[in-house]
Write a protein that binds this ligand. Structure first.
Ligand code: ZN
Length: 201
């Protein structure tokens, strides 16, 4: 299976609003092959989502999967705090996102198009997404917790937005530092230590 190169921050394709895909175009073999290649590229990276602009194509298409194996290594408390549950592989096309619970929830996230870094990003806790699936059928997705975060991250990509636009800038750090220095600390503790939490003025 073909693994596609993932573009990095600085490539203008990541800053463009991607164009919509017609249901007819979606059913064409070239699009179905793209979806398969994106699935394999996401699994190879590995990641829990991949948007078409990340492989250089300005299309309103993203693949998402949070496999059960991803959850095995997580501390049960951390998993509960993140409201992280397995999400089967699926495709979203031309998505429209509606916030159902604005939260925000603060957790660290990274991006395959900005490798080597993570930051705390406030995100809505629950969202509703209206989109097409890979067969061009209308779908409504209701998601909360980590899945809602993944959807927000990927749909941002389709609108030319990257997490660095939404992050708490003082929390940006290398993945290495996050893993070695902060691995056993909660997001709240890290935010407080880095003085990202806004103090009373
Ligand atoms: Zn990303």
């Amino acid at each position: 299976m073909k693994i596609l190169p993932i573009v990095q921050l600085g490539d203008p394709v990541l800053r463009r609003r991607a164009r919509q895909i017609a249901p007819r175009e979606l059913r064409e073999p070239v699009t179905q092959e793209l979806i398969e290649a994106m699935r394999e590229t996401m699994r190879d990276a590995p990641g829990v989502g991949l948007a078409a602009p990340q492989v250089g194509l300005s299309l309103q298409l993203a693949v998402i999967e949070d496999a059960p194996a991803n959850l095995e290594s997580l501390d049960p408390e951390e998993r509960k705090a993140r409201e992280r549950e397995a999400v089967p592989f699926h495709v979203i096309v031309n998505p429209v996102l509606h916030v159902e619970d604005a939260g925000p929830a603060y957790f660290f996230e990274g991006c395959l198009s900005f490798t080597g870094f993570v930051a705390s990003v406030p995100r809505a806790r629950a969202v509703r997404v209206e989109c097409l699936d890979e067969r061009g059928e209308s779908r409504v997705i209701r998601a909360h917790g980590w899945y809602a975060r993944i959807l927000q991250h990927e749909i941002d990509h389709l609108n030319g937005i990257v997490y660095v636009d939404r992050m708490e800038t003082r929390t940006l750090m290398s993945s290495e530092a996050y893993g070695s220095a902060w691995g056993d600390r909660s997001t709240e503790q890290i935010r407080a230590a880095l003085e990202s939490v806004r103090r009373a003025e």
